[in-house]
Write a protein that binds this ligand. Structure first.
Ligand code: ZN
Ligand code: ZN
Length: 843
């Protein structure tokens, strides 16, 4: 699906009223502060009506937030790093004006009881937005629905209307609300309690709920606010005690459902099937109402998550403020050299701190989002230092904010920002949720926060009804950020990032089926019904062979009446177990790392970073699952080196076109960390230390392509350059996959080789990092031409000469980022894209 957004339709001054909105003015100041002459690039960029392609602003078009207008004209939209305004030194890659969007209201559904409607009106809902009514109507009619609209678009009302109507109409009806976090469920519960409706009797059910309150919830509550963990460990294993509640269950609300992705999502998908099966046993078939961030194809995702056909409502009727969005790529620093001589960019945090200071000087209330806690503190400090030279009075009006503050401290901060006592705050993502700050003049986002939903959540803090605000995305040194600042349509257009999960993963299915059988014996009808499409039978056979379940003519049984398996099944775990990181002197547990990545991250002698503090690992005991560390501030960093091997166990899909073959299947990845290097800050290797660590085997799923050597030779990649070209193409592809499948680049891995024993040809693998596969490689296979076209654009759009962290170098490379051949990677990808419809560019 190509992006449909028109990135050149509204010229400056046509959308927001004033020719030079506040956002545009602030951007000019930020640009001036970067040392770029404002009469050069900035003048071109910021002149009104700069677009030669001044088109129809399509006022009748729905969903106008997806429309974007470049201030810089078409030159800024060319691929390959053509810089806005034509100045190669400008860090400003694009300026896009997102016009204000008026809200569209719809009449209240006729079935909403008058007292409920009046209460909502009293609480500020004058009339519902169109998407709220659309979704509510579907749910009221018994159709499972997912609302996938922007952040702060009022998704709660979409499920409150049908649920509260049902509770009012039938005094026995019940409802269940599930959210991924306790905090979110508490927020929703509080909002509902404020309505103070009679006879709803809402109650929380989470790990912190005292026993007597749990009992009360079970006996009396009609709307229970809980989370998947409680459902898994408490409600379903003891469903008989919940029989009355479950028998009357009319609605299940599944909020923020895009967080149920990857391995956790696969667990939740099966957990929901368990819930529906138990409900059916009590004669209930609740309607499902899901809420999600905007993702690609929400209906397909929600259907896969729930196992039932779900209709999506994704046309957002809520209003949004006008914003000037600037995409910023910090300049390369000529005086610094990175790994293998790679150029280095000015860090995003440093750039953000400077912008924060410039904006505070302008009196603009600004939030700067920085990735780490320590980064936020450093950014606030350096902004203060810069301000001290300008006006000492401004120094006190900048602060850092990190997670872990008490509620009253949060409220104080909100009040100080709202009142203008504070002008600038540097913060971690802690401020993303649960803090009531909006209507700021500017937001600086240092590093793409991983998903568009998070990005717009952060950006949404800026913008007031009248005054246009500024949002700046500062790219980090990373292929995904590089791609985004060169391709604004990826942020503004229809979403391409999808949510993936794999309910058929045998490593998830096995434990989940055991839990299900312990709840109620599993029957053939269950396999054909609620668990259809998961290929449960062979997994059950294995459970029987292992003595976990017993097979009887009537079905599969859990053999014990006392033990319950749910307690031992960790739905949020990786399936690989965890290694605890413990401070040797104090015994304090700092955190955990995945057992799969422990040999590479907490081997003996590793420098381990935790919340901005550094530690040295003294001893890693994989059998005990403990890494002992002590606080230290070494003058070096460590890089683990490993060997990797990928074997193909089963091919699930394969297509061949010309010189290229693309496949998806089951693979076995064997890795072994063999040594580590101590490196000086400039990348110089100080010492190479051998390690004696076991080989690790991972059965998972992968996507791969292999190519004809002659075809590579024909485009100038001779045999000597094949390894470096493939390796570089692999790194960049891993870095870009999160654009198409919401994941962390650490959720996936890869391997490339000039001659693979299975394919017999040069081959690049990208595989899931979890046992059984979590759906990432599968999604990569689905969107391969678009994914690799974006990968190619990220590489060719990077201005470095021979490769850097913004394009082909990877922070998790087991080979020390060598060999890497940037130009060869582009050619390799061209061969694949020529064969597999690479003409489908992501724009
Ligand atoms: Zn580069
Ligand atoms: Zn590598």
């Amino acid at each position: 699906m190509p992006l449909s957004v028109a990135v050149s339709s509204v010229a400056v001054g046509e959308a927001g009223g004033s020719a030079q909105g506040r956002g545009t003015y602030l951007l000019a100041r930020v640009l001036a502060g970067s040392g770029v002459a404002p009469d050069g690039v900035a003048a071109d960029l910021l002149a009104p009506g700069g677009s030669p392609d001044r088109g129809d602003s399509s006022p009748s078009e729905d969903g106008a937030a997806g429309r974007a207008a470049p201030l810089a004209g078409d030159a800024s939209l060319a691929d390959g790093g053509a810089v806005a305004g034509g100045d190669e030194l400008s860090p400003l890659r694009h300026v896009v004006r997102v016009p204000a969007r008026a809200g569209r209201v719809a009449p209240w559904p006729t079935w909403v009881p008058a007292p409920l409607r009046d209460t909502l009106v009293d609480h500020g809902v004058r009339a519902p937005w169109t998407h709220q009514v659309h979704a509510a109507e579907l749910a009221h009619a018994g159709q499972d629905v997912v609302v996938a609209t922007g952040t702060a678009s009022g998704k709660s009302l979409a499920y409150q209307l049908p649920v509260l109507t049902a509770l009012a109409a039938d005094p026995r009806a019940t409802a269940l609300y599930l959210s991924p976090t306790k905090a979110l469920a508490a927020d929703q519960l509080r909002a509902l309690a404020e309505l103070d409706l009679p006879d709803v009797r809402p109650a929380a059910l989470d790990g912190d709920t005292p026993l007597d309150e749990r009992d009360w919830a079970r006996r009396h509550a009609r709307w229970v606010f809980s989370n998947p963990d409680m459902l898994h460990r408490s409600v379903l294993p003891r469903h008989a005690r919940w029989a009355t509640f479950l028998r009357r269950l009319r609605y299940v609300v599944i909020d923020e459902c895009h967080t149920y992705r990857g391995l956790f999502g696969s667990h939740v998908a099966l957990l929901l099937r368990r819930l529906l099966r138990v409900c059916a046993r009590y004669g209930a078939t609740p309607t499902l109402v899901l809420a999600s961030a905007t993702v690609a194809d929400p209906a397909a995702f929600a259907s896969r998550l729930t196992g039932r056909p779900v209709v999506a409502v994704s046309e957002d009727g809520s209003p949004s403020a006008g914003r000037t969005l600037a995409l910023w790529e910090p300049p390369l620093l000529p005086e610094l050299v990175g790994e293998n001589g790679a150029p280095v960019r000015r860090p995003a945090g440093t750039e953000a701190a400077r912008m924060l200071a410039d904006l505070v000087v302008e009196g603009a209330r600004t939030l700067a989002f920085v990735r780490s806690r320590r980064g936020a503190e450093v950014a606030a400090l350096s902004a203060q230092r810069l301000l001290a030279d300008v006006d000492t009075e401004l120094v006190e009006r900048v602060a850092a904010y990190r997670g872990g503050y008490l509620p009253e401290e949060r409220r104080a901060l909100e009040a100080a920002l709202a009142g203008g006592d504070l002008l600038g705050v540097a913060t971690t993502n802690a401020l993303e949720l649960g803090v009531d700050i909006a209507g700021l003049d500017a937001v600086v986002v240092a590093g793409f926060p991983g998903t568009r939903a998070s990005f717009w959540q952060q950006a949404g803090r800026a913008g007031r009804a009248r005054d246009e605000a500024l949002v700046v995305l500062v790219a980090r040194d990373d292929p995904l950020d590089t791609y985004l600042v060169h391709h604004p349509e990826a942020l503004l257009g229809a979403p391409v990032e999808g949510c993936v999960l794999n309910p058929g993963n045998p490593y998830v299915l096995g434990p989940q089926l055991a839990c299900a059988a312990a709840e109620l014996p599993l029957t053939e009808a269950d396999l054909a019904g609620v668990f259809s499409g998961t290929d449960a039978e062979p997994v059950l056979d294995e459970l029987v062979a292992d003595g976990v379940l017993r097979r009887r003519p009537a079905g599969w049984f859990w053999p014990s009446t006392e033990d319950r398996p749910a307690g031992t099944v960790d739905i949020r775990g990786s399936g690989l177990g965890q290694v605890a990181v413990v401070e040797a002197d104090t015994g304090r547990m700092l955190g955990t790392v995945d057992a799969g990545s422990a040999p590479a991250t907490v081997h003996d002698g590793a420098v381990y970073l935790h919340r901005g503090e550094s530690y040295l690992v003294q001893d890693l005991d994989l059998d005990a699952g403990v890494a002992l560390v002590r606080a230290a501030t070494p003058e070096w960093r460590t890089d683990a080196r490993s060997t990797a091997d990928v074997e193909v166990s089963a091919v699930l899909a394969c297509r061949e076109r010309g010189p290229v073959r693309v496949a998806f299947g089951e693979v076995t990845v064997t890795t072994q960390v063999v040594e580590y290097q101590r490196r000086a800050p400039d990348g110089t290797v100080l010492e190479t230390v051998p390690l004696d660590l076991p080989r690790q085997t991972l059965h998972t799923r992968g996507v791969w392509y292999d190519l004809d050597e002659a075809a590579l030779d024909a485009v100038g990649v001779d045999i000597a350059h094949v390894p470096g070209a493939l390796h570089a193409a692999e790194h960049a592809a891993i870095g870009i996959l999160p654009l198409f499948a919401i994941c962390d680049r650490w959720d996936i891995g890869g391997m490339s080789t000039a001659l693979h024993p299975y394919t017999g040809r040069p081959t690049v693998f990208v595989h899931d990092g979890h046992p059984g596969g979590a759906g990432f490689a599968e999604r990569g296979h689905e969107v391969l031409p678009r994914w690799l076209a974006a990968t190619r654009a990220a590489i060719s759009g990077c201005e470095c000469r021979t490769g850097c962290p913004s394009c082909v170098q990877s922070p998790k490379c087991g080979n020390g980022n060598a060999p890497l051949d940037k130009a060869g990677a582009v050619r390799v990808l061209d061969v694949v894209l020529n064969a597999f419809g690479g003409g489908v560019r992501l724009r």
